[in-house]
Design a protein around this ligand. Structure first.
Ligand code: ADP
Length: 392
């Protein structure tokens, strides 16, 4: 059977999946995740297909193994354990496609050079994305590799939604609001009609609430505005990232507090957000069961900022017909959804308590003016689909 490998490399993890090639691959045959890269890599593979494996962890992993080295380890595992699968192509989540890439693209050397130029725009993710691609090119040069971009989905946004109020020369140099989590939004946009019917094409805000959190306002299932901008630092409060911040604070950190750019970057990307405010954890599940009042305040701030930023997106689509919650927190935390939606009651948002508590698909009450859904996202399925389309 011809299969596709999907690679989704994050700052300290690689999620991967294997799909059968076909017109619209839905269910992965195998899924897995290498977490803790750079500290204590943990390699878990879950087989959903015919290979007979349930769940397997790989042993003897060098704690300092890089994304590239772990990719080779994964390719070896595939060679050894997937008899009957013929790997024909690899699809990659690539965080930044700049202004150039509006759609998936087959990776060639000149495209790698362009993507390398975008590393400075996504320093936590883009280098890992490219390292994984290079590693596969070296090990299996015969494979077609396709890059799918987190920024592409947002290229439908009107010009004003993409502009900062900065000097025009900086805009011309590419300092614009790109938006991220596009593969997740594309998945929701593609599945929403089956779940929600005609409301899918109306005014919808999707809240992707995970370690990284953002929102996207859509009309006709196209991106109109989003909370993440030039980098994945803007917008909502996140696990470790501060989200939208008065730029004057950054100047103060560097000018008055003597921080270097690297130190300021560490604070904003790694020591802020839920972790920074709570002093307990970046993990919503941990905070939810913590008795520490700072943990409670971190959750309340997360929800306050989510609600206020959702409200500002409503302006860009001139009203609201549906909200979709997705990703780890959005799919699982009924209390976060409730705290956000309670602040949106003035918009006519009203949850059905039992449905919300049980993570049902439709969680708004019959009286709610806005339909509210919980839909699990699947970025890997979007990439697999794109690879099949490109190959065809
Ligand atoms: P990412 O893909 O950005 O790393 P995820 O989408 O997996 O992140 O989301 C991770 C977040 O989801 C963590 O904060 C985790 O605590 C939270 N989460 C997962 N399950 C639950 C749950 N049952 N209740 C509350 N939060 C949860």
């Amino acid at each position: 059977m011809d299969v596709i490998l999907v690679m989704n490399a994050g700052s300290s993890s690689i999620k991967f999946a294997i799909y059968a090639t076909g017109p619209a691959p839905q269910n992965a045959l195998i899924r897995g995740k290498i977490a803790g890269i750079g500290s204590a890599p943990d390699f878990i593979i879950r087989d959903d297909g015919e290979q007979g494996l349930q769940e397997e962890g790989l042993e003897n992993i060098d704690p300092s193994a890089t994304h590239a080295e772990l990719t080779v380890r994964l390719l070896d595992w595939i060679d050894d354990h997937t008899a009957g699968y013929d790997l024909t192509a690899v699809g990659h989540r690539v965080v930044h496609g700049g202004r150039t890439y509006h759609a998936p693209v087959v990776i060639r050397p000149d495209i790698m050079a362009t993507l390398a130029e975008l590393v400075s725009l996504a320093p936590l993710h883009q280098p890992n994305n490219l390292a994984v691609i290079r590693s596969i090119t070296e090990r299996k040069p015969e494979l077609t590799q396709v890059a799918c971009f987190d920024t592409s989905f947002h290229r439908t946004q009107p010009r004003l939604a993409q502009l900062f109020a900065l000097p025009r020369s900086m805009t011309d140099a590419g300092i614009i609001r790109y938006g991220f989590h596009g593969l997740s939004y594309e998945f929701i946009a593609s599945t929403l009609p089956a779940v929600a019917g005609p409301v899918a094409d109306q005014r919808v805000i999707v809240a992707h609430l995970g370690n990284g959190s953002s929102m996207c306002a859509m009309k006709n299932r196209q991106s109109v505005s989003s909370t993440m901008g030039f980098t994945a630092l803007e917008g909502l409060m996140m696990g470790r990232r501060c989200g939208t911040l008065d730029a004057g604070v950054v100047l103060h950190m560097m000018d008055q507090m003597g921080m270097s750019c690297k130190e300021a970057s560490r604070v904003l990307y790694r020591e802020s957000g839920l972790l920074g405010v709570s002093g307990v954890s970046n993990d919503m599940q941990v905070l939810s069961s913590s008795p520490d009042p700072h943990a409670r305040e971190a959750i309340e701030l997360y929800c306050y900022r989510a609600a206020t930023q959702l409200a500002s997106l409503v302006c860009t689509i001139e009203g609201l017909d549906a909200i979709v919650f997705t990703a780890g927190i959005g799919e699982n935390s009924s209390s976060v959804r409730r705290l956000i939606c309670e602040r949106l009651a003035w918009l006519g948002v009203n949850l059905e308590r039992y449905a919300n508590d049980s993570n049902a698909t439709l969680i708004s009450s019959a009286a709610s003016a806005v339909q509210v859904y919980v839909i699990p996202t699947d970025e890997e399925a979007v990439i697999a689909d794109a690879v099949c389309t490109v190959m065809a």
